[in-house]
Write a new protein. Structure first.
Length: 389
């Protein structure tokens, strides 16, 4: 599996490059229709598997946590919320400092895409949030009743899904990524990204600064070298860049976290799927800064500090409930963008377009941050175990 993931990084980078080159230089309706078909079919496979992966890993992991499971869930939700809030506050500071100094162009119109050759739907057995809570309640029920037969079944299911990730999910990802970037480049999204390059550059640098802060906090709290986790995360980072989805990157992220010497499997197999759905620090950081950019561009001023702070408090709640799919946080929070910040239709449209341009970077930041929170959760679990003995 280690060799497969190492090779997978190279394959994913090639998939991105091939997709962009095709989109820039191959203007063939038939090829575009084929790309649309590949993108549609591969995404159906990926998002069908994701809830099953969440169910398999979280339920099995909860049974190994035993009596501390309930406390760990509450603590996990708390640190996910605090991380998203803190990243948004950091972005707010950047926004008030840098946005008035920026002069950005306008987004170009996107070209209409031809229809796919064919499409079919593979509805997931359940959505990701349902799978997450089913796994939580199933795992807790097993712990409370000591149902040894169900524990064995859950462990077998976990091993089964590991094989599925290796033989189905990882081989399908490059095709999905290449088709995705082909379509993006042909529509002109890559050119639009270049127009807003100063804004994107600030966001990407802010992501890395926040990740360093997060891993430093994890190192201090856990008294271990959290950066040992980060050095294994390259495959997950590049996968997230291509899929633009925390959920679709889950299989790779699980294996990357498992390679670290400081993070135990009994915690990571529970925390990584959980944080993939509730920890969106990259998305909240990005959204806060882009809303400041859009407000300055369209309305000539930034929102007042009090209004922006209220928005950020609410945004943290929406981030926990947002689906781990491309643009999930942005779409989930449109209601408070209009009601709290007072954006009109033009403001919302520009914000969503800007968010879509960098979604891959925000998702990658989310994924990287999950490793730090997992180590914090592990340290909390270890301290609780010592106190109860």
């Amino acid at each position: 599996m280690k060799k497969i993931l190492s090779n997978n990084v190279i394959i994913l980078v090639l998939a991105v490059a091939i997709g962009i080159l095709l989109g820039k230089y191959v203007n063939n309706p038939a090829m575009l229709a084929v790309a649309q078909t590949i993108k549609s079919v591969s995404s159906q496979f990926i998002f069908f598997l994701v809830p099953l992966i969440v169910l398999a890993f979280v339920a099995s992991a909860v049974t190994s946590l035993k009596s501390n499971a309930t406390c760990l869930f509450l603590f996990a939700f708390l640190i996910a919320y605090l991380s998203s809030e803190a990243s948004a506050m950091f972005s707010l500071l950047l926004g008030y400092t840098l946005v008035p100094l920026l002069h950005c162009g306008q987004l170009g119109g996107m070209r209409a895409l031809p229809e796919a050759v064919f499409s079919f739907s593979i509805p997931p057995v359940m959505n990701v949030i349902s799978a997450l809570f089913l796994a939580i309640f199933l795992g807790l029920g097993v712990v409370w009743t000591k149902a040894t037969t169900i524990i064995a079944v859950l462990n077998e299911f976990r091993e089964l899904m590991l094989v599925v990730v290796k033989r189905i999910l990882l081989p399908v990802l490059p095709f999905y990524i290449a088709a995705n970037f082909y379509v993006m480049a042909w529509q002109g999204n890559i050119d639009s990204l270049i127009v807003f390059l100063p804004v994107i550059a600030i966001i990407v640098m802010a992501h890395f600064v926040w990740i360093i802060i997060l891993y430093t906090i994890a190192s201090i709290y856990s008294r271990k070298n959290a950066f040992d986790i980060l050095r294994h995360y390259a495959p997950a980072y590049f996968t997230a860049l291509g899929t633009m989805s925390s959920a679709a990157t889950l299989g790779v992220a699980l294996h990357c976290a498992g390679k670290s010497r400081v993070l135990r499997a009994d915690v990571s197999e529970f925390s990584i799927p959980l944080f993939a759905n509730i920890h969106l620090c990259g998305a909240t950081l990005t959204e806060t800064f882009f809303l400041a950019v859009v407000s300055q561009l369209l309305y000539g001023h930034l929102p007042t500090l009090g209004v922006f702070l209220l928005f950020i408090v609410l945004l943290g709640v929406f981030a926990i409930g947002a689906p781990g799919v491309p643009g999930g946080t942005a779409f989930a929070s449109v209601g408070i963008v209009t009601s709290v910040l007072g954006f009109d239709d033009n403001g919302v449209a520009l914000f969503l377009a800007l968010f879509a341009l960098q979604d891959c970077f925000g998702t990658s930041c989310n994924i990287l941050g999950d490793g730090a929170l997992s180590l914090i959760l592990q340290a909390y679990n270890d301290r609780n175990n010592k106190e109860t003995k």
